[in-house]
Design a protein around this ligand. Sequence first.
Ligand SMILES: C[S@@+](CC[C@H](N)C(=O)[O-])C[C@H]1O[C@@H](n2cnc3c(N)ncnc32)[C@H](O)[C@@H]1O
Length: 231
Amino acid sequence: MTRASLDKQPHEVASMFDDVAERYDLTNDVLSLGQDRRWRKEVAEAVDARPAQKVLDLAAGTGTSSLPFARTGAYVVPCDFSQGMLRVGKRANAWLPYTAGDATRLPFKDDVFDAVTISFGLRNVQDTDAALREMHRVTRPGGRIVICEFSHPTWTPFRTVYTEYLMRALPPVARAVSSNPDAYVYLAESIRAWPDQPALAERLKGAGWSKVAWRNLTGGVVALHRGFKES
Ligand SMILES: C[S@@+](CC[C@H](N)C(=O)[O-])C[C@H]1O[C@@H](n2cnc3c(N)ncnc32)[C@H](O)[C@@H]1O
């Protein structure tokens, strides 16, 4: 697959996730070397969902990213546009209110969620700024956003090793465990093309979010960005 794999239309992205849905959670565990569990714990702490709060987990896929919020007693809505991912999720956790929807045209009214969050999803949305604006629209004044996304390690020697892992080690491992190995070539390429931590913070501000800050996890392999909607 060539770099053209990054130029995917939304329906191609949805279909790519339909293809990997059955083995998505297993593949994640293997390719992240088990780190994904730690990252999810950090996201849950950053979102700090309280009982009865309304939380939107956007690009929720199978809903694995939604479970930590549900466990706090919050009302969490997993939303995604891949029918395949939603189907696998519903089979495992039928009690979650899975909702089909596109991040750039959310099927929710204004100001309804206490918190909106997106894990490993924003990088896949073709129009990042439109998704950030939509997330802002559906958040209540005073509410918060937490974005968990692959990012760029800040220490150069580590960044070099990590880039080698992404471009050389990850594709053959993905070939062994995934039902659609090309999806993981796309993963590697999309991570490299993704804005770095300060650039993503500027995009959040541009979409209307205030008090924007970020924190690196695993040396910057992942970054947690957060922001607030002005009251
Ligand atoms: C890598 S998965 C992340 C799933 C889950 N959040 C997790 O942490 O495991 C990315 C998800 O983003 C979804 N996605 C990509 N673009 C989207 C869009 N425009 N609207 C809704 N979902 C989208 C895909 O369908 C896929 O399920």
